[in-house]
Design a protein around this ligand. Sequence first.
Ligand SMILES: [Zn+2]
Length: 746
Amino acid sequence: MAVRATVSRFPIDSDALEASGLPWGLTVTPFASKDETGIGPAYGSNGHTLPRCENCYAYFNTYCELDQWAWTCSLCGTLNGLPSDAIARYSYPHDSIPEMSSSFVDLELPLDGSEEEMTQARPVYLAAIDLSSSEEFLELTKSALLAALEALSPGSLFGLATFSHKIGLYNVQGPIPVVKNVFIPPDAESKLPLELEDAMPLLQFLAPVETCKDRIAAALETLRPITSWERSSGAAQGIDGVLMGGRGFGTAMEALFNYLGSEFGNTFALARVFAFISGPPDYGRGQLDTSRYGEQYASKRVDADRALLPEQTPFYKDLATIAVQSGVCVDLFAVTNEYTDLASLKFLSIESGGSLFLYSSTDDSTLPQDMFRMLNRPYAFNCVLRLRTSTEFKPLHSYGHFFPDPQYENLQHIICCDSYATYAYDFDFANNTGFSRHSREPPVVQIAFQYTVVVPPEGLQNSELPSSNRGKHLLQRRLRIRTMQFETAQNINEIYDSVDPEVVLSLLVHKVILVSLEDGVREGRALLHDWLVILTAQYNDAYNLVQYKNGNKSMSSQIDITFSQCPQLEPLPRLVFALLRNPLLRFHEEGVHPDYRIYLQCLFSVLEPSSLHCGIYPSLTSYSTPDKQAYPRHSLSRAALITSGSPIFFLDAYTTLIVFYTSTADPSLPFPPPQDCLLRKNINMVKQGRSITPKLMFIREGKDDATAFENYLIEEQDVDGSGFASARGFVSFLDDVSQSVAEYMK
Ligand SMILES: [Zn+2]
């Protein structure tokens, strides 16, 4: 569990918080195996016997004062009696007891009754493939699923389904694959005429991976796109014989979730559905009206971004609830350059704990690699995340892909979570007092994360198990707790010196995504601009940098816009500028596709702070040869490139990696860089540590189209995209901010 706070020294009260102009909060990556400094938890068992405070329910931790019979809660100060079993346990040498030796513990919990019955639940995977698509789409989907089959552990069950104007269910357990079809009624109200269970019993449909791999592959080979002839002769005939489309995605998903739901809690504890879609659902339930995209393009008067960001129907949000109730997590793979309205579809994946992937073309899609990578990493499911604080402050908002508990405040449910998934909180003071200036009690945050993992057979010590359990998957419930003490800042300089700019960026990104979803992209941009103006003003005020005299004539020239007195704040203007230049916040008129914007919103709101930094302000390094690095960091400006004189650049924009050879590079330098060189090693290292597969490009200036690379050189671009390459981009942005700061300070 990695935790990073915006400031390591907390403001003393709400006045100090306001005066700082900074967001106050933290990010947490609960299933990360290490903490933010690379240290792992102390492991143990019997998490249910860990003492809890009877006042605030915090767990006992290393910051609590311990007497022979009692302990004092480090969060609320309550004196609690020690349970008798703990008295005995805590009298042993402390380093053998996890909660006594580390403030970061990971303890096994006993399974509750219902979980106990299904400790041998098998992992279930279901692929649902869009046949209302093209040969290329199906080829790509096949190779992704073949990659997936290699990644699935023995003992997993796999089901293959297709959808179009009908749902196809494959039985691959016999000598030859057999498909059963169920036709989907074309209108948005009707349900399926037949339950899928009646078409094919679920346990015939779900096949053991290890024995049926070849037949699953054979069944995949038989998939063909639905032809228009089939569609018109099927049920897809509308009024007056008009073809009504044939992608019955909504009905198919609803039916498949209900189908799986019957075995939830028996065969499986979590089923993952991979939905491959090549365009908008246009048939049956949950069909989407894609004409709204065209209308927005035609009309310039409406804020197109505002109109296209909200969902057009609650259908998929409601469907996500059904998925969750059926124990299903949905990963949505959209391979399309058509407007698909991901704004409506996204809920299916984000609410069920899955991922949303968007590939604009089948040609350069990294779908098979993404699939393999996703299945090869561990995940936790059925998770509960709870953040507690000491009494002086409290969590205000929470951000990320979870859903709040209907009953308890500050309790979040996460259906499925990998080691990258990151969430954020911001804080507020509980009252006007704040932290007492003279108190010896520092602010404390405690994060508890309860989760289940499937332990594959090879992960268990076979000797410890009865022989009947060997070779089977087991469920394990665990409780991970991290307790952190912070300091308070005696003055504003101490706050500024303790800033983590990447975490500040994370909170800003969450806030602007929320604002743009509610009020449009324009408002999101305005919020960000105003935030930087206020921060700059507060900073200049705090350091007394501006002399108020002579009617403030030269005020803006005195303003320190680069935060030269505070290295921790220095990166922020650049990050804000880059965020304004990011497709996340660029205008529709600049050609940002609404589906791509939604994809970025979903991606950016789960990234941990350093990855997000990379996505917003890509890192640019240079090499003098493929084996020798020149500079570790360049600003994203053409001028910086030219003055550095390096022949090779490597840009990492999180989703894209670009190797760029300048036109002046020595022709004897090998291109592309050879497999065994330092640059390749670095590229491979970056690729391995990433949640998605970045796209890798090689570009030679003067020989290849360099637009993809040049677009990332943002510092010469205009912040609002009204003019390109004005050579004053970032500089004039700073001028503009400093004018606004002068206005604000008056
Ligand atoms: Zn307490």
